[in-house]
Ligand binder design. Structure first.
Ligand code: NDP
Length: 322
């Protein structure tokens, strides 16, 4: 099995990935996508490769992404539309995402950003203490990540409601959304349900994929629909948010606080207003990092499935963009 590797890695990262991948698939041969042997490769393992990276691989029949989000790969017009692409789904990442969402929600619920601002001004003031069951949380997107987040927050006593595309947009609802239903988290579907959900939530957590339908979804109109002073936690993609609209909503107090892990431009430029805004918490895209220690085995299992002639897991549906 010859596998071409394409991606934007630092040397350190590449070394960690290659060690883990070689250990998980000792029988495979690996080459860089730019090396001449790659022309013979039937498999590619990719991590946000620069556009055009997969051109000139005539025998390629399967692409496995190391990252969960494949929006950049799908936006590359040189990737043949018939080529099956699987994205990374690793339970360890889902757990990491749930931890980040729990930390951010708990922090907002208990007013820790406000206490940090008070500390900066040596200001002693006790805020009212709410119970978790007095805090309603909307989870936008109840797929792999959103389902884990919804389950974790519901388990902590928060009043959680999920939002997904559902039957109006998709003939085959994702099985993981059904798994959320099992723990009695109500799920609402489709664009018509969003305004009511936003207006009844104290915390809105974005875990949608970036598609033509969801790009710029979190804009002035959506912020106006939110409950005044409610918070936004964006753990999905920067391009879901219209930055100027969010800054205006934060300045006016319509949005009380934003925890942002992802940005339109990454790394976030040093002069971006988010860095210094008193109502913004910035994380450097670390909500759920892909961990080679567990993800390499996910890659190996999927490549072996394809080699055995089985259908790979977690194929991206090009028609819906995720
Ligand atoms: P999934 O593909 O598993 O789930 C997507 C969910 O979004 C599904 O519930 C789907 O609905 C719903 N959805 C899609 N389009 C719409 C729409 N137009 N309206 C309403 N709901 C919609 O994605 P993941 O959970 O794996 O990933 C979620 C996000 O997290 C992605 O943006 C990914 O890039 C990001 N991510 C961020 C990381 C970080 O460190 N910050 C790490 C990993 C991922 P349905 O169930 O009906 O199909």
């Amino acid at each position: 099995m010859l596998i071409a590797v394409a991606g934007r890695f630092s040397d350190d990262e590449r070394g960690r990935w290659m060690d883990a991948l070689r250990a998980a698939l000792p029988q495979a041969q690996w080459c860089d996508v730019q090396d001449p042997p790659a022309r013979e490769a039937e498999f590619a393992v990719v991590a946000n490769p620069p556009p055009g990276s997969l051109q000139g691989l005539p025998r390629l029949r399967f692409v496995q992404s190391l990252w969960a989000g494949v929006d950049r790969l799908l936006a590359d017009p040189t990737v043949p539309s018939h080529l099956p692409i699987a994205r990374m789904v690793d339970p360890a990442m889902n757990r990491a995402m749930a931890e980040t969402a729990l930390w951010a929600t708990l922090s907002l619920h208990r007013g820790f950003p406000a206490y940090a601002r008070q500390q900066a001004g040596c200001h002693w003031r006790q805020l009212p203490q709410r119970r978790a069951d007095e805090v309603s949380v909307a989870v936008l997107g109840t797929g792999q990540m959103g389902a884990a987040v919804a389950r974790t927050l519901a388990g902590q006593g928060y009043v959680v409601t999920g939002w997904r595309r559902g039957a109006d947009g998709s003939k085959t609802p994702s099985p993981l959304s059904a798994a959320v239903d099992i723990v009695h988290v109500p799920i609402v579907t489709g664009p018509a349900a969003l305004p009511t959900l936003l207006s009844s939530s104290d915390v809105v957590i974005n875990l949608l994929p970036l598609t033509p339908d969801t790009r710029g979804l979190l804009n002035a109109a959506r912020f106006a629909q939110m409950r005044r002073g409610a918070s936004l936690i964006n753990l999905a993609r920067g391009a879901h948010v219209v930055d100027e609209d969010l800054l205006a909503a934060l300045d006016s107090g319509q949005v009380g606080h934003a925890v942002l892990d992802v940005f339109n431009l990454e790394p976030l430029p040093a002069d971006h207003p988010y860095w210094t805004h008193p109502c913004v918490t910035v994380l450097p895209h670390v909500a759920a990092q892909t961990d080679p220690r567990s993800a390499a085995q996910v890659v190996a299992d999927n490549l072996l499935r394809v080699q055995r002639g089985e259908v790979p897991l977690h194929l991206v549906r090009r028609d819906r963009g995720y």
